[in-house]
Design a binder for this molecule. Structure first.
Ligand SMILES: O=C(O)CCC(=O)C(=O)O
Ligand SMILES: [Fe+2]
Length: 808
């Protein structure tokens, strides 16, 4: 039996799913409700300003959408904090008075780019879709402008997928009245799970299955539907009998769900989305995603009254990352009969012709017994197979899952192989959902799982850093990491596995551990985080004592200590590093784990053994900062060296990974702290090589920046500058490189180039230039070598002292 230390098995993944439940562990880019998982371009503090938006219905309000009492999402803090009873969501800021919106082709944002650099989606919000075609169309009495867009899908080369925007189809005052009406229907918005991603939907249906449920909305909309919407759709899609089956209102408010995973509207022949909110009051919104990869996303700008019309073949979703948005969605079927029967008859003929989208949508209906089809796994499989073979990534993903279920039902290894084959196919084209599903395979190696999960979360360029250890890292590191954002993901990987599963723990222990892990998985910036983390630390201590006394396995005892150490580090981080004693206690925990593993013998050969040293080194760095204790840097170097040497001593096949290049960077930084720039240089160079080999180009560029800083440190400015110049050519988004260049050019008397670099850093980079005005930050946290800090200081002083400070 091969011994695995701290290894995740199926029970753990079940635990992970349970912990994330009831959301069915089906996340798109963000873990639903996890407010700490954000992209850098998202607003970070909005949820805190939010009052509660689910309120109790006044007694006379009409039929309520089904809403589960005590929905666990509410208990888990997924929603905003409860506000005052009866408070209206209309009270929320909506930012209605922006400048007029740019129309056709006149967007403020650049048009869609074809190729994006790696890490693009991470660091830059996706662009807006700009319509390039416009014509006037006459439908009955209605004359409207129709803008059209077309996408060519890789898996559907013969046929473009088209969609349309009708600017101002609904008059402004009507759109406004609809919005006001929607805002008043607070109790109608359901917190029941959404059909696409299973998180609370915040939707309500004024019209369902062909019948009105909301008379107020009926008065506002009926005429528009009969005289404008239906005539247009019937003409545009050549369906004389098209009829509206459902109308729903969706809202996207801070503190609630503001994402809707990428999907197809498989139940609707045509979808129309009516813009209600002023687009200046929010960022993001409805997007299309032409490819499997999130980086192909483009957003639509919808003014109140604009109608966006598409068919079941358009891959789309919603992500609002700032502000509030309401939308009104019409789902339209090809006949009234289909509305009444709740069926999707239009797929039969299209599927027979081999249309991959139709095959995929129809397969889903057979797989789940939806829209009048009886569950038929074989039929579903056959249809998925055809769509998947054509390259439809959703079909590939679903087929992979279907085969996995068949395998689990005893269908033999062939089914498992097929499952992996299709999940891989979809993962390789960058489909996040498939990457996640592949990651959740029970036999997946832990580091690969983590990497895939990170990839699926959109943390592609970061995933490599977590291949070999899950530790969150101090914000002070030269390689900028969105550390806080990652902490929650990372914590969610550290689950009570064997500890809970083992025979030993009592119900009380299990409850203590459950609470402690939940506290660690939650947003570290939430109010009261510190108290909860301290309670978690105490809970771990209690359980550790009991486990020690009960003679639990070394593995369980080690695992619990790892968790406690992580809680302790999190507490120190909560205070901005004011509690180095916590980091010291964490170091002690890690040392105990090392001892337990070494006593165990077999454990030293595991994947986790070197990771413990890396974690201990990171904890030591926190002490180094907190206590201003230089000796800690030496100890950290020793720990990093132990990890690196362990990796080097192992045959590459064991992990398939070799030395973790991020750890080389860390050691380089620690060397830098000790003034050992030559040693640092060697580490950075090796890290760069590995990153390039792994095609992690952003990381490689950051490593090269470090290399250049080390060269400044050993007074080799010429080579340093040439590296920085190369870095900004390859990856212009790195502020550090531009600012180092600004400082160096200035010191050489090349003033205008210095100004140029500074301007680019301030305006067009990952982190901007603000922080760099604080020289002590640059020196102590960014760890620039003293000479370069001096150059930067002189550059920054240029305004205050005029040209006086310029070098001669
Ligand atoms: O809110 C939107 O703009 C569209 C929502 C959507 O795609 C859906 O409900 O299927
Ligand atoms: Fe949709």
């Amino acid at each position: 039996m091969s011994y695995q230390w701290l290894t995740y098995g199926c029970p753990v993944m079940d635990g992970l799913k349970r912990q994330l439940g009831p959301f069915d562990f089906h996340f798109d880019l963000l873990l639903p409700g996890n407010t700490s998982l954000r992209f850098p371009w998202e607003a970070s503090n909005e949820a805190q300003d939010v009052k509660c938006s689910i309120v109790e219905a006044p007694p006379d309000e009409p039929r309520k959408a089904p809403q589960k009492a005590g929905y666990p999402g509410l208990e888990r803090g997924f929603l905003c904090k409860p506000g005052k009873k009866g408070e209206s969501i209309a009270a929320q800021a909506q930012g209605q008075h922006g400048p007029p919106a740019p129309r056709l082709g006149a967007g403020a944002r650049p048009g869609p780019k074809k190729k994006k650099a790696s890490g693009y989606f991470w660091s830059t919000p996706p662009p807006r879709y700009e319509f390039k075609e416009q014509k006037n169309v006459q439908v009955g009495d209605l004359a409207v402008a129709e803008q059209s867009g077309h996408l060519h899908k890789a898996f559907h080369p013969a046929q473009a997928c088209s969609f349309y925007r009708l600017p101002g189809m609904v008059r402004g005052e009507i759109a406004e009245a609809i919005l006001e009406h929607c805002k008043k229907q607070t109790s109608w918005f359901s917190a029941a799970p959404d059909s696409v991603d299973k998180t609370p939907s915040f939707e309500y249906y004024p019209f369902r299955d062909g019948a009105w449920a909301d008379d107020g909305m009926r008065r506002l909309l009926e005429e528009t539907i009969e005289l404008q919407l239906l005539p247009y759709v019937r003409q545009r899609y050549g369906c004389r009998f098209c009829a509206v089956s459902d109308i729903l209102v969706r809202r996207y408010l801070p503190g609630e769900r503001r994402t809707h995973a990428v999907h197809f509207d498989g139940h609707a022949f045509v979808t129309a989305v009516l813009g209600l909110s002023n687009p200046d009051g929010y960022q993001g919104g409805l997007y299309i995603q032409p490819d499997a990869d999130v980086s192909s996303r483009m957003y639509f700008r919808l003014e109140p009254g604009d109608l966006l019309v598409h068919s079941f073949d358009l891959q789309h979703g919603v992500h609002v990352w700032k502000g509030s948005r309401y939308s009104l969605v019409f789902w339209i079927k090809d006949s009234l009969q289909a509305v009444w029967d709740r069926t999707t008859p239009w797929y039969d003929s299209l599927a027979a012709e081999g249309d991959p989208d139709a095959l995929y949508n129809l397969a889903q209906n057979y797989e789940h017994g939806l829209f009048g089809r009886k569950v038929d796994a074989n039929k579903a499989k056959e249809l998925y197979e055809r769509s998947a073979a054509a390259g439809h990534h959703f079909a590939q993903n679903n087929l992979g899952l279907l085969y996995r279920r068949l395998h689990e039902g005893g269908a033999g290894t062939d089914a498992l192989q097929r499952s992996v084959h299709w999940l891989k196919a979809a993962s390789e084209v960058g489909f996040a959902m498939a990457q996640k599903n592949l990651a959740l395979r029970c036999d997946m190696r832990r580091h690969l799982r983590r990497r895939l999960l990170l990839l699926s979360l959109g943390f592609g360029s970061l995933a490599v850093g977590f291949l070999q250890f899950p530790t969150a890292r101090p914000a002070s590191r030269p390689v900028a990491f969105p550390r806080r954002e990652m902490a929650a993901v990372v914590a969610s990987f550290t689950l009570p596995s064997k500890a809970l599963a083992a025979a030993g723990p009592s119900a009380e222990d299990a409850a203590l551990l459950g609470g402690a892990f939940a506290a660690m998985a939650a947003d570290p910036r939430r109010p009261g985080a510190r108290e909860e983390l301290e309670a978690a630390e105490e809970a771990f201590t209690t359980v550790i004592q009991r486990f020690d006394e009960a003679g639990a396995s070394r593995q369980d005892r080690g695992e619990l200590r790892m968790a406690r150490a992580q809680a302790r580090i999190a507490i120190n981080d909560c205070t901005g590093g004011q509690l180095p004693a916590k980091a010291e206690a964490a170091v002690q925990d890690y040392s105990d784990v090392v001892q337990l593993m070494e006593e165990d013998g077999a454990a030293t050969g595991t994947f986790d053994y070197p990771s413990v040293f890396v974690r201990r080194a990171l904890a030591r760095e926190e002490i180094a900062y907190g206590r201003k204790d230089k000796k800690q840097w030496e100890a950290a170097v020793q720990d990093y060296t132990k990890a690196i040497d362990t990796w080097r001593s192992r045959p590459p096949s064991e992990t398939g990974l070799g030395v973790n290049p991020l750890v080389l960077n860390y050691r380089g930084n620690a060397f830098g702290q000790l003034g050992r720039f030559k040693d640092a240089l060697a580490d950075y160079r090796e890290a760069t090589e590995i990153f390039i080999k792994d095609q992690e180009y952003t990381q490689a560029a950051l490593s090269r920046c470090n290399e250049a800083l080390a060269l400044f440190g050993i007074s080799e400015p010429i080579e340093a500058i040439s590296i920085m110049e190369d870095v900004v050519r390859r990856d212009p988004s790195i502020a550090d490189a531009h600012i180092a260049l600004a400082a160096s050019y200035w010191s050489e008397g090349d003033y205008s180039r210095a100004e140029d670099e500074w301007r680019v850093a301030c305006q067009n980079t990952d982190v901007g230039c603000r922080q760099y005005k604080d020289l002590s930050w640059v020196e102590n946290i960014r760890r620039w070598p003293p000479q370069l800090v001096g150059d930067l200081g002189r550059f920054l002083n240029r305004d205050a002292k005029g040209q006086k400070d310029k070098p001669a």
